[in-house]
Design a protein around this ligand. Sequence first.
Ligand SMILES: Nc1ncnc2c1ncn2[C@@H]1O[C@H](COP(=O)(O)OP(=O)(O)OP(=O)(O)O)[C@@H](O)[C@H]1O
Ligand SMILES: [Mg+2]
Length: 273
Amino acid sequence: MEIREISVIGGFGKTGEPEAVARLDMRMGDVVSIVGPTGSGKTMLINDIALFADANTPSRRRVLVNGEPAPTIFQEDPSRNPIALITQHTTFLSDLPVREFLRIHARIRRTERQESAVEETLAFANELTGEPIIEQAAMTELSGGQTRALLVADAVVIGNSPIILLDEIENAGIDRLRALKLLKRYRKIFIFVTHDLRITLLSDYRVALLRGAMRAIIPRVEEERRVASRIGRIDEIMVAMRDRLRAGEQLIERELLGDLRQVLDAPSAEVMR
Ligand SMILES: Nc1ncnc2c1ncn2[C@@H]1O[C@H](COP(=O)(O)OP(=O)(O)OP(=O)(O)O)[C@@H](O)[C@H]1O
Ligand SMILES: [Mg+2]
């Protein structure tokens, strides 16, 4: 089944009030951020999506695929489930070596060109992590960031899942902006739960949650691309300062002010590189 669109029909927030957003439609190719304070129901929302909720979760939301209730096969047969959910707390029970684990997954998924899919997954995961993953290592030996990088790569390449849900990529110790750029090469629906300003601004739109309810869908406007770009430059200044501290140097206030002034003075038209 080709997935064109997935929709969430609003239910109720934590205090029992109906959600302000009555319907959220996400189309193939969309990059969506889920934002809101701690405890506002972000994880609940993506769990509802992953479960194809049908008014049977605390939120009473319903999830539609191409405008219809999801086929039951999605839930009955894991290899037919179009959604990959990468959670906040990921641990592996399998102590298989990494490469062996991926091979088995590729076989179960009946992935085409299994060996090259395993290679592509490992290469992709290694692009996301700081330290490369040792292929002979057991899955249980990977660091938290390596585990999540491998899961993301596995879901995208071997799983070939059209819908990827990621709960708080920034806390995974993986290069979040690089990850987002690499992921955008694949045409999928990406849904990120995030507290990160730049990830939020790189998404097509964001869903804001409060007290368990979807309060608004906010499209990213053109001006925000420029805001994101300026923030990116400020981020670079901070990274450079951190590198200098690491190198045992001292920081100079006048230099910081000079660097910041350059960001401030750059004309809007020039901000987008
Ligand atoms: N619509 C809802 N109806 C009833 N309970 C809800 C609803 N939304 C969230 N909750 C409950 O509120 C609590 C917090 O929700 P959740 O874990 O989804 O928050 P979060 O935004 O992911 O927080 P964090 O940023 O800390 O990860 C959970 O116990 C969850 O079950
Ligand atoms: Mg959460």
